[in-house]
Design a protein around this ligand. Structure first.
Ligand SMILES: [Zn+2]
Length: 142
């Protein structure tokens, strides 16, 4: 029995099936989802197009290929050479040590304290200014 190619639309995949010539043109069940795949000629899918400078198989499902791996987006930001953010997940940020956490907490506490002190000083300065102004005898315009 000859080998024929079929296209499954839901899977967007081509599969081959050994069938007799008599039924070759009839749809064949997809090995993945077992829905009926339509017969395609081998040349039907040799076609490809270029989009954004990348060769795309037709039908185009809007994805790209990065070193043989299918990815959804093109690289936009800076990455390490030959790596793709969807394929090579970025390394997680190093977990801060307990000592670092405590130091950070202490730094923030001191910062808050410093702000409170500054606020109090400003209030005191404003009060002192206010008192000086009140004590001063009224100035006469000449
Ligand atoms: Zn299928």
């Amino acid at each position: 029995m000859p080998l024929y190619e079929y296209y499954c639309e839901p899977c967007n995949g081509i599969f081959e099936a050994l069938r007799s010539i008599r039924v070759a043109s009839e749809p064949s069940p997809c090995p993945v989802c077992s829905r009926e795949g339509k017969r395609v000629m081998p040349t039907s899918f040799a076609a490809f197009t270029f989009r954004d400078g990348y060769p795309r198989r037709i039908p185009d499902r809007g994805t790209y290929w990065h070193l043989g791996k299918e990815v959804k987006n093109l690289i936009t930001g800076p990455v390490r050479p030959n790596e793709h953010p969807e394929v090579n997940k970025p390394e997680p940020a190093p977990k801060p040590a307990k000592g670092d956490l405590n130091a950070e907490r202490e730094r923030r506490r001191l910062e808050r304290q410093q702000k409170q002190i500054e606020a109090k000083e400003q209030q005191a300065a404003a009060a002192a200014y206010e008192a000086r102004v009140k004590k001063r005898p009224p100035q006469l315009d000449v």
